[in-house]
Design a protein around this ligand. Structure first.
Ligand code: ZN
Length: 458
């Protein structure tokens, strides 16, 4: 649809900018200028933004007011000052949410938002329009690294049905189609008949790229490979978002759609944090967020290359600042630079969610990937989900592959689980399918108890 794309880029966006005072394109330009600056200049720019945010927070946000005096003596080193603040866990934030609202903000302009709550309770919070536009800008900049521009036709492969009424759905779809050039396809409940229909729809829409939940893309891709079906649409990329992207998933998605897979790293309550560049590395948008990595138990800052809890300080949310917000992911930062020419700092790896991490009976950590690795090499199971309720109690749901199921493989799997977790009680059940969570995300491995209490992090 080249006409629609052209109109969106050259008519609709400029109009929207005037109408709604939308600054997304301006922010994209700023980010683009920043991306080729030397590391020191980028750090200085980030430090300035952090200083402004801290100044605002201690004077206007009740939760940070007790630090006002200390801040007076720390202006020169906002990064060091930040370390004196407690880590903000989701539960701590939820319990005191009102305390994080800026008193000088105009509540009529606040945009309410909430996380889907794939585990635990959802987190509700407020944003302001410029912050949302900054996230959008970061996404467009990341996409532009791969030759994708505003208005390019996109098919979104989504994990859950939209929670809208029929009338709203119609309106939403119209908006998506004609204002954003996007077609949405739910891939949460695929069967053969739907697969054909969806592929036909995608071919007819002829997108430049696909964008979707990792598990939804993976589901679609696996079915296509199984049936020997191809899309036959030349795609610039398939963008995977909202969930960890495992290497085996990346391989299946890339093969099925005959296109490179790009990882977008963001969260509803963290914004667009990082994007994969053409060299395959993840660049963090240091103009939008300040990232820290700390030890999961002690909360002590870790060095580049060491994996720990990610803390995000969103530099643009001033209506409800969350400083050192524990997003729930385990990552490692990198001190290296990238050969692609983009100066934004690198994330060495994203290990997935903190609650994907299991704890053995001896107190060692076992990542959810571990179970994935075992099962992937077995033909007996289509998929699985493992939940650690308590250290000693695990439940395992298995979707069998009926024709090739081997009891010996199941025994081997249980052996693998016990080798990692110790002599734990494993409750096995067989199910037809494993539904995604309410948010539409699919998770293989879930730990239900906290690693440590919030008290330890005061
Ligand atoms: Zn790069």
């Amino acid at each position: 649809m080249p006409v629609t794309g052209f109109l969106i880029r050259h008519v609709q966006w400029p109009l929207m900018e005037r109408w709604k005072k939308n600054r997304t394109r301006q922010y994209i330009r700023e980010l683009r200028q920043g991306q080729s600056l030397p590391t020191e200049a980028l750090q200085a720019s980030q430090r300035e933004k952090l200083r402004t945010l801290l100044e605002h927070a201690v004077h206007n946000v009740p939760a940070y007011a007790p630090y006002a005096q200390e801040w007076q003596e720390s202006h020169d080193n906002p990064e060091a000052f930040l370390l004196r603040l407690p880590i903000l866990s989701k539960s701590r934030f939820r319990q005191n949410a009102e305390q994080y609202i800026a008193q000088n903000g105009d509540r009529s302009t606040f945009i309410p938002n909430r996380t889907g709550g794939s585990t635990g309770e959802p987190v509700s919070f407020y944003l302001e329009r410029p912050a949302v536009e900054q996230y959008e800008a970061a996404r467009w900049l990341g996409l532009s690294w791969h030759g994708i521009q505003i208005g390019d036709p996109c098919v979104m492969i989504w994990g859950s049905p939209l929670e809208l009424s029929q009338h709203q759905q119609k309106r939403y779809r119209w908006k998506e189609r004609w204002l954003k050039n996007r077609l949405i396809i739910p891939a949460y409940d695929l069967d053969e008949r739907r697969l054909d229909t969806y592929l036909r729809l995608i071919r007819r829409f002829s997108p430049v790229y696909l964008y979707g939940y990792t598990s939804a893309l993976y589901t679609l891709a696996s079915m296509m490979l199984e049936k020997g079906l191809t899309l036959d649409v030349p795609l610039k990329a398939v963008v995977s978002t909202a969930e960890s992207l495992h290497e085996h998933q990346r391989a299946v998605i890339a093969r099925a759609f005959a296109a490179p897979v790009i990882n977008e790293y963001g969260a509803r309550d963290g914004g667009i944090i990082a994007y994969q560049c053409p060299s395959g590395r993840m660049h963090a948008f240091s103009e939008n967020c300040y990232l820290e990595v700390v030890d999961p138990i002690s909360g002590i800052p870790l060095r580049a290359g060491e994996t720990g809890l990610l803390l995000v300080t969103d530099l643009h949310n001033t209506v409800m600042p969350r400083l050192r917000y524990q997003l729930g992911d385990l990552i490692a930062l990198s001190a290296q630079t990238c050969d692609c020419g983009i100066g934004y700092p690198l994330i060495e790896h994203i290990d997935g969610r903190e609650d994907d991490m299991f704890v053995s009976e001896h107190g060692t950590f076992v990542h959810g990937h571990y179970f994935n690795h075992i099962i992937r090499n077995m033909s007996s199971f289509r998929t699985f989900q493992i939940v650690q309720h308590e250290r000693q109690r695990v439940s395992l749901k298995l979707v069998k592959e009926p024709k090739v199921y081997l009891p010996a493989e199941e025994a081997q799997l249980l052996e693998g689980i016990r080798a990692a977790l110790g002599n734990v009680d494993v409750q096995v059940s067989y199910v037809e399918q494993i539904a995604p969570s309410a948010s539409g995300k699919f998770r293989y491995a879930i730990r239900e108890f906290p690693l440590t209490t919030d008290l330890l992090r005061e």
